[in-house]
Design a protein around this ligand. Structure first.
Ligand SMILES: [Fe+2]
Ligand SMILES: [Fe+2]
Length: 316
């Protein structure tokens, strides 16, 4: 996509973005996850050789429905969770299985290779092996192998259904328009457990502003907002943010995490729908600072009603 004369990218406009959080829960018990990581050698250990506890695995996955100005819709999945049985139940619960089968869901957008976002791939492919998949161009060979069909026995992840559809790989820092009012950007950075790069989404909602959508936002919510400010037409007005912000995923606040939450204030977001690895302590801090946090129902396995959780919906 070519930038406009001011160097910013015009991604077009859409009318409304509805995000249904199918699951924001990476795993059930953080204590088990932390213990497994510690035993395996810490956060630098390759996720594909860690003996994860499959009974503790859940997964992050959202359904995004974008209405264009002409009233037509684009629906797609952001990530595909981790545990296959868990994802199967969720897909049945919300009719995602049927929507995949009948082609109503156009594509699968994978934010990054982390186990809780990507390893449930087979559940999506089971219902539509020809679905278009968009990944960051920074995937490791293991992640690409999973697409083709592979079994990583030690880590307890496999895919028996090879992907047959189009595979789009997004180059780092290129603003890629996906359709009118929607673009993606890959941030190239090393991430814990042998993952490289994460891509996030930008929507331009008419009369509201830019909406940034993330999986884990390992690049930091401040980097994401700055990118919109500097590179997207209308990006000086960020209306909303959705997803995991990776601020306090495993625990309490510290000065570094406090700094990120305080700095978020300068963007004057109108709607903050965070969940997943944002961490409850970080959400509580945002509420203390009177940020406009979208609440949830705290049901279907989500730990709190202070944020948009499993089965909850947010409209931008
Ligand atoms: Fe995650
Ligand atoms: Fe992650």
């Amino acid at each position: 996509m070519k930038p406009a004369s001011n160097g910013k990218h015009n991604i077009g406009e859409c009318k409304q973005v509805t995000i249904r959080c199918l699951s924001e829960l990476g795993w059930f018990d953080s204590k088990i996850t932390v213990e497994t990581i510690k035993k395996a050698g810490g956060s630098d250990t390759n996720q594909w050789i860690i003996p994860w506890d499959s009974k503790n695995a859940a997964g992050f996955c959202s359904l995004i429905d974008v209405e264009l100005l002409d009233g037509s819709h684009h629906k797609f999945l952001l990530d595909t969770g981790w545990n296959k049985e868990y994802m199967e139940n969720i897909f049945r619960r919300d009719g995602i299985d049927k929507m995949l089968e009948n082609g109503e869901i156009e594509f699968l957008f994978i934010s990054h290779e982390h186990l809780d976002h990507y390893w449930g791939l087979e559940t999506t492919l089971k219902y539509n092996p020809k679905i278009k998949i968009i990944i960051p161009d920074t995937f490791y060979p293991e992640g690409l192998a999973l697409l083709k069909g592979a079994d990583f026995e030690k880590a307890g992840v496999s895919n028996k259904i090879p992907h047959e559809g189009d595979l789009i790989k997004t180059k780092p820092y290129a603003v890629e328009q996906i359709f009118e009012g929607c673009a993606s950007v890959t941030f190239d950075l090393p991430i814990v457990h042998h993952v490289s790069g994460e891509q996030s989404l930008f929507f331009n909602v008419k009369d509201k502003g830019i909406v940034c959508v993330t999986g884990c936002c390992h690049q930091s919510i401040l980097t994401l907002a700055d990118f919109a400010n500097n590179n997207i037409v209308g990006g000086e007005n960020i209306y909303g943010v959705y997803g995991g912000f990776h601020i306090a995923p495993f625990g309490p606040m510290n000065p570094e995490r406090e700094y990120i939450v305080k700095e978020m204030g300068k963007y004057n977001f109108k709607k903050i729908a965070c969940n997943h690895c944002t961490g409850l302590a970080a959400v509580e801090k945002m509420l203390e600072l009177d940020y406009p946090i979208v609440r949830g129902t705290g049901s279907l396995g989500s730990q709190s009603d202070l944020y948009v959780g499993n089965g909850d919906e947010v409209i931008f």
